[in-house]
Design a protein around this ligand. Structure first.
Ligand SMILES: O=C(O)CCC(=O)C(=O)O
Ligand SMILES: [Fe+2]
Length: 255
């Protein structure tokens, strides 16, 4: 990982970096406008959120059939090259993201704890736009040999790590956090913080990136307790798919 990110490391975690204000308010407004202008048929409606997939589709064998990224990702505000410049993708196959999933969450919507799967090099950089959210990372419960592990394994109810993601922030996760934990967002309209005295025993959580927050309101509720109402949040989850099909020949490379 690039040393430029060392001051953004989340305390106690080697592979988690939080970069507040990665884009400016002006850039955020521009990106949200461009997202909202995309044709309706680009959206895929899921039960609890909408999403768009940019960079191409993945085959069942995890090969990317590449497609050009939309101009607002590669031109102003130069998101892809700025992500490359963080160094987060230095050890990934293409040194920069080639695949972006845009999620839209209305207040009250979330995403169940999940793993991102084997298609990607194990680094994800997520830009939050429009609203904060709280991302929880969970461990699997110690597996009962009688159950054989695998799908449907129980997860620990208290998150191992919780991050408050401010609008305009970037969070970069990799290695163990990516591959040995699940991540999810509770489907709530507001996030409640009880201050630093939070007890993990009652499934409460501590905000691990409290010292890296920049928003006055965010800092105040994390330090002293309170609630943050969610608005509509867009997340751009940027990843590098290891295997990319060579367009025209139909053959894949990368392995
Ligand atoms: O919205 C987010 O920040 C997370 C989205 C996510 O986990 C995913 O798209 O796999
Ligand atoms: Fe995910």
């Amino acid at each position: 990982m690039d040393p430029d990110l060392s001051s953004n490391r989340v305390t106690g975690w080697d592979s988690v970096f939080y970069v507040p204000a990665f884009v400016t308010e002006e850039e955020e407004d521009y990106l949200i406008r461009k997202i909202q202008e995309t044709p309706q048929n680009k959206w895929k409606q899921l039960a609890n959120r909408r999403l768009q997939i940019w960079g191409g589709d993945l085959t069942p064998k995890n090969v990317l059939i590449p497609q050009a990224m939309p101009p607002f990702l590669v031109e102003y505000p130069n998101l892809i090259s700025r992500l490359k410049a963080t160094g987060a993708f230095n050890s990934s196959p293409h040194q920069q993201p080639n695949h972006v999933i845009l999620n839209e969450y209305l207040a009250g919507q979330g995403i169940m704890p999940h793993e991102d799967g084997p298609s990607y090099h194990p680094v994800v950089a997520t830009l939050s736009l429009g609203s904060h959210t709280v991302m929880h990372y969970y461990r699997y419960a110690p597996s009962d040999p009688a159950e054989g592990g695998g799908a449907g394994r129980a997860i620990e109810p208290a998150p191992a790590l919780s991050l408050l993601l401010e609008p305009r922030s970037l969070v970069i996760t990799s290695s163990a956090l990516y591959s040995a934990h699940l991540h999810g967002i509770s489907a709530v309209e507001e996030d409640t913080f009880t201050g630093p005295g939070d007890s993990k025993d009652s499934h409460g959580f501590c905000v691990a990136n409290a010292n890296l927050l920049v928003g006055a309101r965010e800092k105040s509720v994390v330090e002293g307790g309170g609630a943050l109402r969610r608005g509509t949040r867009y997340s751009l989850t940027c990843r590098d798919v290891s295997r990319v099909a060579k367009i025209g020949t139909g053959t894949a490379f990368g392995r």
